[in-house]
Design a protein. Sequence first.
Length: 293
Amino acid sequence: MDIQERDDNRPDVLAYGGNLSEDHPGFTDQAYRERRAEIGRIAEAHQPGDAIVHVPYSDEEHEVWRLVKPSLDEAHRSFATMEIVSAGEAFDIAGDHVPQLDEVTETLAPLTGYAFEPVPGLVSPAVFYGSLGDDVFNSTQYIRHPSKPFYTPEPDVIHEVLGHGTMLASPLFAELYRMVGDTAKRLETKEAMQFLSRVFWFTMEFGVVWEHGDLRAYGAGLLSSVGELQAFRDAEVRDFDLVEMGTRAYDITRYQDVLFAPESPGHLEERLRTFLAEFDDEHRQRLVHDRVN
């Protein structure tokens, strides 16, 4: 399959691994793009319930992992919440090689029941979020470009494993992910799914929270980027407003310049649980209508 080709048999896949935007560090690196497409084809052949076919990672790909993993471990201890630091200690994933997804599951499942399954690229929100309700995390397997090891503008295996995997090692966050999945399954309109997706972005991806007077990170997009972790306190930090989060557009290609912080981890859990338990298509309409009026 050409790296630009779209597979009409997989309408759930919105973007394959070899399809990169012009501002991606690997856009002009044809060998890198072909390698991502190759890894994507391995994932594309996977069916739920199958044994996961191992990706034959190269020495260069392992080296990127070996460089980033200890740097992120240190950054988590410096900038992440206590819950995330504790989860990371329990989620004792390999640091000397890129882990295969079945390795990730073997480590994660005993902690919270979650399993990682491969996908060839960015999948639709309905598929991605819905799977969370079934204790499944759909994960890419290719790795970021070696020229930018500490940042990626889109998901890669570092983001999936060291970002989301670390969160999913926490029983608290794992339950919130399940609630996201259950919420997504009852949505019928694209507007409601977009609202949920934006709340997910500003919480599970780029979430921050005040903890003992200090601004701390918990979202996977921050946890998987040393650069983001070192810069997130420079963003404009707003009150934890779910309607603003659910209606605010964002740019995935740059560090986030606006973040939303609840006053405490307990407040974060309470607000998210209440929102996810109540949210549906009619609830979205009421929220937006009340804000406009």
